[in-house]
Design a protein around this ligand. Structure first.
Ligand code: NDP
Length: 398
């Protein structure tokens, strides 16, 4: 019998975390749950702990840990409750964890994901912001510590599958040497793909969070509506697949059935398809290089009937242009972009700025702050902090 692999889920209470636990629950013979983490939602984490019985539960926000401790103790749970950032890193890099799902949203996910990498784990990376902020440092750490990095973003997971990688770290050399002409990253175009441009300044957080094909957390839903999500994915793809910006193309595909494509020099184009359900890439990465049941229904091509494609509209989606520019600039530009975006999206969700002002804030931050060489983590963290502070000041002045 194959020993069970122990899994830590960082961001267990989020959309990806919940889907991960759904897949894990279908395979209790293959996987045990070692640790689950959340930020503030202690009630949801308590329910997950009672069902999956992890050794550790971590509340990122120490203020909520005592409530979790009390409820678990009342229910006779043996799960030990830890708290704070240090504890997130501790469970991610723990000797007894084999697999880490990195599904904390935003820059807060960087250090715990890095701890998993430094522990040489099999790291399932949903937290694209970690690669956007610190792609060079992150991928170097993957190599130095012998970690296995597998992409969870459906597009990057699709590309990984189409590249037929023999190596798991997605860095099996130059794309051209592997016969690859280009990577085509598909994008649904989000809820505002066809909305009249004059109405975009009026859209509400509720409308922005109502994605036509995917059910996701709030931040990534807004990122999808501005297409910053595709911009972040563009940068992520460059790091994951050792691609230059000109080797990655964004194609709008409203049905979200083709999750991305790879074109080879002989003209062959490989696509990965499936229903838009994150349990497919999660199951793929969990079991890689094997395949396991994910709970996702079979793709009904007859019902799908047609697949459409068009170019992205850069006037409608200025965030996509800003991200492309940041990828081309390199250095700390993507970290500045990511931090400004996080602050602007939070302000939009809090109804402090309009939808169209998200791009404006990011653009001004990129214009005003210097770009440095991100050769150490503190350089990246300083850029992140500076961009957050400036973005907040700009928002206060709007
Ligand atoms: P959610 O907002 O649904 O969940 C985020 C998770 O992170 C929650 O468990 C939350 O805890 C936790 N969290 C939030 N802030 C912190 C913090 N400061 N410290 C520690 N933990 C924190 O996000 P998603 O699941 O949608 O996305 C997670 C990541 O996966 C993102 O990087 C996203 O871009 C990426 N991704 C998501 C996809 C999706 O379909 N949802 C698809 C592809 C990528 P709490 O619940 O307590 O707040």
């Amino acid at each position: 019998m194959i020993p069970r692999q122990a899994v830590t889920v960082l961001g267990a209470t989020g959309s990806i975390g919940v889907s991960t636990l759904d897949v894990l629950a279908r395979h209790r013979d293959r996987y045990s749950v070692f640790a689950l983490t959340a930020h503030r939602q202690w009630q949801s984490l308590a329910e997950q702990c009672l069902e999956h019985r992890p050794r550790y539960a971590v509340m990122g926000d120490p203020g909520e840990a005592q409530a979790l401790r009390e409820v678990l103790s009342l229910k006779g749970s043996s799960t030990e409750v830890l708290q704070g950032e240090e504890a997130l890193r501790y469970v991610a890099g723990h000797d007894e964890t084999d697999i880490v799902m990195a599904a904390i949203v935003g820059a807060a996910g960087l250090l715990p994901a890095l701890a998993a990498v430094e522990g040489g784990k099999k790291v399932l990376l949903a937290n694209k912001e970690a690669l956007v902020m610190a792609g060079g440092l992150f991928t170097r750490a993957v190599r130095d510590h012998g970690a296995t990095l597998l992409p969870i973003d459906s597009e990057h997971n699709a590309i990984f599958q189409c590249l037929q990688n023999e190596r798991a770290d997605c860095q099996a050399g130059e794309l051209a040497q592997r016969g690859v002409r280009r990577i085509m990253l598909t994008a649904s175009g989000g809820p505002f793909r066809t909305r009249p441009l004059s109405e975009l300044s009026q859209v509400t957080p509720e409308e922005a969070c109502a994605h036509p094909n995917w059910s996701m957390g709030q931040k990534i839903s807004v990122d999808s509506a501005t297409m910053m999500n595709k911009g972040l994915e563009f940068i992520e793809a460059c790091w994951l697949f050792n691609a230059r910006p000109e080797q990655v193309e964004v194609v709008v595909h409203p049905q979200s059935v083709i999750h991305s494509l790879v074109e080879y020099t002989d003209g062959s184009v490989l696509a990965q398809m499936g229903n838009p359900d994150m349990r497919t890439p999660i199951a793929h990465a969990l079991a890689w290089p094997e395949r396991i049941e994910s709970g996702v229904a079979s793709l009904d091509l007859i019902a799908t009937a047609r697949l459409d494609f068009c170019e992205p509209d850069y006037q409608r989606f200025p965030c996509l242009s800003l991200a492309r520019q940041a990828a081309e600039t390199g250095g700390t530009a993507p970290a500045l972009l990511n931090a400004a975006n996080e602050i602007a999206v939070a302000a939009f969700l809090a109804r402090r700025i309009r939808f169209d002002q998200i791009a404006l804030v990011i653009e001004r931050v990129l214009e005003r702050l210097p770009v440095n060489e991100p050769d150490a983590l503190d350089v990246v963290q300083n850029a992140d902090l500076e961009a957050r502070t400036l973005a907040q000041t700009l928002i206060d002045a709007l």
